[in-house]
Ligand binder design. Structure first.
Ligand code: 1CP
Length: 354
């Protein structure tokens, strides 16, 4: 369906300028904040909207995606929406038998275990690009509703997505995946490039339909040594981000526990490096090239601590972020489902007063 083009106000918002490393232009405006997993089980209105519909099914229903994406924006007054979807949606659209099991996470009926499994991966072609239409439609509807606030699009990075494909379900240490990289580097490269292609196309579809920034989630990259990351992962994460490089939107790159390889995370093609709570903001600023923006990094545990402790940390993070080329406040990882939503609403108001 036809909707007016995305508002230029969204693409020129303080949050987007900060992600692009142009924080100086908006230094007098209140800090910008959004939360990873701001939509989801912490919100009663989310649980109600999702009742009776499976996770991956919901992601292909544009009106529902729009509603769920907007819920935390309305409630908490965060400065951006994060597109309601999942890193496994591209697999589903490519025809892979995947589901998201309540209480577990992504589960594949046929995990990747052999060369034959990799040979059998479906092509990334016009049929796949046509299957992305519900995503484009959901982004058009959502950006229209968000009006002047930006929508952040995202996809999973090849290592994190491939780890679910190889392990078949969530895994603590990703042993099979890390073994495949070094035992069969050519097979690994084919799998990682395939994920880069389906995820990159998914990312591009979101930006073309109106998203104003993107985040590449390599949640589990922190389990890798920097040398392994550089040899077997970075080129494919770069390939995924290359799908939107010409579209001139900020590119956030995030992984949990990646403080030991921040430069490599940046070199994969990010304008903005997402930090978990263990990496001090001043250390990141010192390590990364001038002009790089940072995002983060309040410890999610503080959502369950005293308000005094939470606000003190938030104030410190805002203060430290002011010395970066651009800084957007976020948590160090996603909002836990047990979070009291009022805690997030109050936290956003406090951050906006800084
Ligand atoms: O039961 C439910 O309601 C489903 C829970 C849920 C939700 C709300 C899943 C299953 N995915 C999502 C949405 C989702 N997933 C978003 C939406 C936007 C937002 O942030 O508000 C995003 C960005 C993701 C991305 C995602 N999915 C990541 C990367 C981010 C991260 O948290 O590290 C990962 C690793 C996944 C896999 C996944 N999907 C769902 C779960 C529970 C998991 C993690 C499983 C595991 O622990 O390995």
């Amino acid at each position: 369906s036809e909707l007016p083009p995305v508002s230029s106000a969204a693409r020129e918002s303080a949050l987007v300028k900060r992600l692009a490393g142009r924080g100086a232009e908006v230094a007098s405006e209140p800090p910008s904040v959004w939360f990873m997993r701001q939509a989801g089980r912490s919100l009663p209105e989310y649980r109600k909207a999702r009742e009776g519909t499976s996770m991956l099914e919901s992601c292909l229903m544009p009106e529902l995606v729009t509603e769920i994406t907007l819920q935390p924006v309305r409630r908490h007054k965060v400065d951006a929406g994060i597109f309601f979807s999942d890193i496994m949606v591209p697999l589903k659209l490519a025809g892979i038998d995947v589901s998201i099991e309540p209480g577990t996470g992504p589960v594949l009926t046929h995990p990747i275990r052999s060369k034959a499994d990799i040979d059998a991966l479906p092509p990334v072609d016009d049929v796949y690009r046509a299957a992305l239409e519900p995503i484009r439609e959901a982004v058009r509807l959502t950006t229209h509703e968000l009006d002047k606030k930006p929508l952040i699009g995202f996809c999973g990075a090849p290592f994190t997505v491939a780890s679910y494909m190889v392990e078949g379900r969530p895994s603590r240490d990703h042993l099979r995946t890390r073994a495949l990289m070094t035992a069969e580097p050519e097979l690994w490269a084919r799998l990682a490039q395939w994920v880069a292609d389906i995820s990159g196309e998914f990312l591009r579809a979101q930006v073309e339909a109106g998203a104003s920034a993107v985040q590449l989630f390599d949640s589990w990259a922190g389990s890798l040594a920097e040398a392994t990351y550089r040899a077997h992962v970075l080129p494919f994460s770069r390939a995924a981000l290359d799908y939107v490089r010409d579209l001139d939107v900020p590119r956030i790159h995030f992984g949990v526990g990646t403080g030991h390889m921040l430069s490599a995370i940046h070199e994969a093609g990010a304008t903005t490096v997402g930090l978990d709570h263990r990496t001090p903001i001043p250390t990141a600023i010192e390590t990364l090239p001038a002009g790089t923006a940072v995002q983060g990094n309040l410890d999610p545990a503080l959502l369950f601590s005293s308000e005094e402790a939470r606000f003190a940390e938030a104030a410190r993070i805002v203060r430290e972020g002011r010395t970066a080329a651009g800084h957007v406040v976020n948590l160090g990882h996603g909002v836990p489902p047990e979070t009291d939503p009022q805690v997030l609403t109050d936290l956003v108001a406090f951050i906006h007063e800084q």
